[in-house]
Design a protein. Sequence first.
Lengths: 550, 171
Amino acid sequence: MLNKNILAVLFFVLVSSLWAQNRFLKNSVITGNFQLDGQYYIPDTTIGADTIDNKVRANAFLNVNYSNGGFSAGFRYEFYQYPLIDFEKINYKGHGIPHYYAGYNHDYFEVVAGSFYEQFGNGLIYRSYENRNLGFDNATNGIKVVGKPYKGIRLVGIWGTQRNLFVKEGEIRGGDIDISFTEMIDKIKNSGFRFGVGGSFVSKFEKDNDLDYNLPQNVAAWATRMNFGYKDFNINAEFAQKFNDPGSLNNMIYKNGHALFITASYAMKGLGVYVTGLRTDNMDFRAKRNVVLNNNMINYVPTITREHTYALPSMFPYASQPLGQIGIQAQVNYQIPKKTKIGGKYGTDIMINYSRMHGIQQQWVEEAVESGDMAGTDGYTSRFFAFGDLYYQDLNIEISRKFTKSWKLALSYVYLIYNQEVIEGHAGEPNVNSHTVIADLTYKINNKHALRLELQHMYAKEHNGSWAYAQLEYTVAPHWFVSVLDRWNYGNPNPAKRVHYYMVSGSFVYKTTKVTLNFGKQYEGILCVGGVCRAVPASYGAGLSVVTSF
Amino acid sequence: MKQLLIIFLAACLGMSAMGQENLSKRVIPLPSVEVKTLDGSVFNTKDIKNDGKPVIICFFATWCKPCMAELKNISDEYEDWQEETGVKIYAVSIDDTRSSSRVAPLVKGQGWEYEFLLDENSDFKRAMNVGDIPHTFVLDGEGNIVWQHASYAPGVEQEYIEAVRQILSTK
């Protein structure tokens, strides 16, 4: 398999280089990007960084894309043979060319053969995507056909197998239709109204080899969505259903799954308001029945909580619970106008954001109560608006203001309630109640030099107690970054664990190339991007990262 | 450890020697990818245009701090830039459906007047070979990528407008 891949690549390079010399084909363009993240590990028992035999590890990949007019082809070589320890923990280990494709793009249609990423609607029943920093890649490998027969209409069909780590398994097929009446009918377009609908269908196949249960080999899911807007107002809604799909994650129940995702927003210059609601029930949809972690996921159930970027509040991120969750998020953005008494010369920005997530309530069906086990039954019933346990709550306020050409300050307050038991699976642990205050000060010394100071404090009684954080960053545009930070767990109930997690880093940037070197301690935590999270083990040592594109 | 350091220093040295970031001689046309506008309509990236004048494309996400700082700092000068050069900025959000519907209220709440696009499944990001964000591109009047820069530090935006001026002066 690998040899074939290498041959294909060599052929590809040969053909493209021959073509590049041909003046009739001067439209040939080769682009790509490369990334390497390496780490040298030093053991440190106080933070839980274990002794590792193979101390030097690295993740690396190279994307190469060729295009010529509507035609494109490319591949990604991945080198994770000796991966960073967090990747090894999720078994993201191997090397080769797991991703390759060729396609043609035309005004009315598009075809892709090979590996591709695609999303139907919000992704509630199908989303193939990648996040290289998380070690997540569930690209579909097969055929994708897109048709655009008339303005405002887009049809997509997919069929293929799924990438899971370094293997391809499962069988997925599906289709999607998207109709925008705004695009189609000029009368609507000119009226200020916007209206669109969409629908999708996905089915997976997995052979039933189970001796105890009669399992469905083909499992289908469908979703329907609409989008309505008038001037500054917009509303989106999508409803999805999945048919019976017993698996190890839902305790082998035959119940159908549902998801509802609604968003409404209003935005004008200086003011934005946003409300969203999500309810999911038994909506974990995977290409294989008996899997764990983030493997073999077909769909994507977004979380609707804010993704924090400051270090301390992002220690407690919410992870979407497709098996059962109900909640809302609301946000207001307002700018006190520029050149007013309160707003100041440059205006003052205020953001208030709130979210709250609960579990759903479950009443076991009679059959399950009788046998004392849900497995093999329809499981439970659940009233739509019945809220279960609190999983997460987040109230955060951020005020930022530029005082002069040189000084800028942002102040934040974050109040989080975090259910460790559900989100991390740590049974018996209490909810974490944390209060964080943050000051982020930027001083622009001149056109090229700037200093940024970030101070954070988190108060918490549970988990590891309170934290303090300070970071100083010095930048010289466009080439240099230097940063020193310390994250101190001074409130840890165990005095031996009141550790300073310091980190010193420096980067050099030239155009699209960034080289970073760092040294320090990494706190054991959870890394989330979008709705997918994974545990990051504690580590200590030096890291080198190179990112470039061409 | 030592080896890492040597590689790093060598890399820095090599790149410092390259000096001034000039316009690229290699012409890369803008790929054609479907993304969405803030109101949910489909938009093809080959339609990123500015009546024959240069365009700046900034990749960002609502959860990316330096990206937000970049857009904020440019917004203070955007009016002047437009008056001087007629440049137009497209800000492309790679927020997925978790936060893509937050983009419109957030950016309008800030009063930013860029053209905004939503790249919910990172298709445009991939086609443009963007690794980490922020990542900024400058396009000439024909829609070819002639300059790009990864990451953001306060003051880098001066390089963007400098690249735009170079395009206009070599016309």
